[in-house]
Ligand binder design. Sequence first.
Ligand code: FAD
Length: 369
Amino acid sequence: MIADTTFESCDVAVLGGGPAGAACAIALARAGVGRVVLCESEEVRPFRLGETIPPDSRALLDRLGVLDAFLADDHMACHGSCSSWGSDGLGYNDFMLRPYGHGWHIDRPRFEELLLENAAQAGAELWLGAQFAGTERIDGGHRLAFRGAPTLEARFVVDATGCSAAFARRQEAQRTGLDTLHCIAARFRKAAPGLSRLTWLEAVPEGWWYASRLPSDRLLVLFASDADVVRDHGFSDPETWLAALRRTRHIRALLEHVSDAHERPRAGAAPSFCLDRVAGDDWAALGDAASACDPVTARGLWKALSGALVLADAVQAALAGDTAPLDAYAGAVRQDFTTYLAMRRDLYGLETRWPDAPFWARRHASVTA
Ligand SMILES: Cc1cc2nc3c(=O)[nH]c(=O)nc-3n(C[C@H](O)[C@H](O)[C@H](O)COP(=O)(O)OP(=O)(O)OC[C@H]3O[C@@H](n4cnc5c(N)ncnc54)[C@H](O)[C@@H]3O)c2cc1C
């Protein structure tokens, strides 16, 4: 029971001001949906992994009305990817052959700020430092409790709290299809201006490495594997991580173009899952809260933005009494996750060089299953 007897009320509360929540708040506010409150636990945008967006993001940014502002920012063209996956050689996938041209290596904090600024300009209220902490059902909506903000009653709640799915899981939605990678990443400073603008992917017996340019002449390098493999090989130790990076066949060559200085590698979990219930009575989950993908697919931001546009329309319909679009949205999220599982199965199935290495043996076992 929420004890607070003084509260505010709104039409839609969007929980989580990451890319999904901010984009949804923009679309709702622009559509003229009454009072939209965007509640984000962080006061300032922290460093987050996830910095490459594909060319067709352009159309989504355009539909959100932020494309010109996005292009004016200091993001960097990404011309495609190259990978050593399934063989020792490199294969190339060039974005320039796609109808939208290049993708981008984004300045992630700046990208998130841009979306928040646009949400505010569109008329959404930003509650920064408001951490959603509890909820109870009320007639015609939900009552929400926060750390750092007053109690809020909302006719509809969008859960965009990322993988924590903090609201949806309180509605007894469960995460299904769960696989969790353990990632260790560091940013190198002073990358040479001519350094490749491709993303790099390299499979190794213990997992895979990823490298990507960042704006401001930096290079991000990330290793992904299972938590026990990371622990058994001591990859959490910065020296061991760097030594393993220097043993890669291809990605190590990028290090010749950066200064040695890098931040201390940071570890983080990257779960992939889908909720068994993506929407319910006067609520829906969005972005990583609804379904999260293996970072090897680099599709989380596209999925967050495209889902936000579809959900904003469904929320408007639900507020007007028509829940069919909400059901269709939830079905599409589940269908998209099924498609993603097949894609992940095919991708990991391509790498057969180390059948006995635990990381690959587990991926192949899940392929067989
Ligand atoms: C290692 C790694 C690499 C990745 N690389 C890429 C990539 O190259 N390209 C790509 O497209 N995607 C990538 N992704 C995925 C991408 O980052 C996510 O899909 C994307 O961030 C999802 O956006 P979101 O808004 O749904 O969630 P998030 O970005 O997680 O945002 C959730 C927001 O909710 C807030 N929040 C959480 N709990 C609460 C609460 N209780 N109350 C209020 N606010 C709360 C958080 O502070 C956060 O701001 C990567 C992911 C990982 C882990």
